[in-house]
Ligand binder design. Structure first.
Ligand SMILES: *[C@@H]1O[C@H](CO)[C@@H](O)[C@H](O)[C@H]1NC(C)=O
Ligand SMILES: [Ca+2]
Length: 325
């Protein structure tokens, strides 16, 4: 149990691992030794000494070579999505646009972490911009629709980066990040900013920042965590942390965005998918994970006691690793 907590915190401290200048997903040769020292007898949790691995087939990284090319596409795009050498623009700062980008291959990892480098910016003043970005892990892909440019009644997971409060009576402060899990039966109520189907959320000031903005989603053993790095301090801040989330394997990662009467540029700079090396019980291994119905069980108690929950902020000096000695 303690081990899980340590791995968890340690993993979150490693956003810098994806930074330019660092080779590969690991912070360097000190990692295995450090892990052994830190985790002692609990290395059973870690199958190969690295807790995370970048999966290129599920990642969108500059230069965007495998995007939209007919021969071997890693990602497909749709709608207003436009590719440049520096970013993937889901929508321009123009009205009534919608665009999306979708990973070509379904993901069969049971435990994963997605790091998204994104930018939402435009000329609209406060509350005169919209609508935001949705990040997806869903059964269906490339189907346009009313939910931030993608289909409603989806199967799977959505993370909404909502910049415009459609519900004028809301007490929530926007921009607002929320998560929704759907088995196809639920509809996203745009006029209420998804209030009725929201599992958890947080206010996050990510629009028109003049530095890089990041979001991370971790899914492992039913626990779903969303963290943000928006303050240019190279540290993760907790946004969402819930347990009892069941998602199948074999779904697709994607991102979409939409504009209406109000608009913004919605850009994705990178999406990096890391495999988390987590051991599962023989019982868990024996079931067919592709058959799992997306669901949330709120009654399930958290796996880790409160003192093992990730720290609210986890600081690493820029360009170095938290795991370094
Ligand atoms: C789908 O979700 C709804 C609402 O959460 C639930 O009532 C229903 O039983 C679920 N259906 C399946 C097939 O799991
Ligand atoms: Ca909204």
């Amino acid at each position: 149990m303690a081990a899980e907590g340590w791995v968890w915190c340690w993993g979150w401290g490693r956003r810098c691992l994806g930074r330019p200048g660092l080779l590969g997903p690991g912070p360097g040769p000190t990692t295995p030794l450090f892990l052994l020292l830190l985790l002692g007898s609990v290395t059973a949790d870690i199958t190969d000494g690295n807790s995370e691995h970048l999966k290129r087939e599920h990642s969108l990284i500059k230069p965007y070579q495998g995007v939209g090319s007919s021969s071997m596409p890693l990602w497909d795009f749709q709608g207003s999505t436009m590719l440049t050498s520096q970013y993937v623009r889901l929508t321009p700062d123009e009205r009534s646009k919608e665009g999306s980008i979708w990973n070509h291959q379904p993901c069969f990892l049971k435990d994963w972490e997605m790091h998204v480098h994104f930018k939402v910016h435009g000329t609209g003043k406060k509350n005169l911009h919209g609508d935001g970005i949705a990040l997806w892990y869903t059964r269906d892909r490339l189907v346009p629709g009313p939910v931030f440019g993608s289909k409603d009644n989806f199967h799977g997971l959505a993370i909404f980066l909502d910049t415009y409060p459609n519900d004028e009576t809301t007490e929530r402060v926007f921009p607002y990040i929320s998560v929704m899990v759907n088995n196809g039966s639920l509809s996203y109520d745009h006029s209420k900013d998804g209030r009725w189907t929201e599992l958890a959320g947080c206010t996050a000031d990510f629009r028109n920042r003049d530095h890089d903005t990041f979001l991370a989603v971790r899914y492992s053993r039913g626990r779903l965590t969303v963290m943000t790095d928006l303050e240019d301090k190279n540290e993760w801040k907790n946004c969402i942390d819930i347990t009892g989330v069941r998602l199948p394997t074999g779904y697709y990662f994607g991102a979409s965005a939409g504009t209406g009467d109000l608009s913004d540029n919605h850009d994705i700079i990178s999406m990096k998918l890391f495999q988390l090396m987590v051991e599962h019980t023989p019982d868990e291994e024996s079931i067919d994970w592709t058959k799992i119905e997306p669901s949330v069980n709120f009654l399930k108690s958290p796996k880790a006691p409160p003192f093992l929950l990730p720290q609210t902020t986890w600081t690493t000096p820029r360009g170095t690793s938290a795991a370094g000695p």
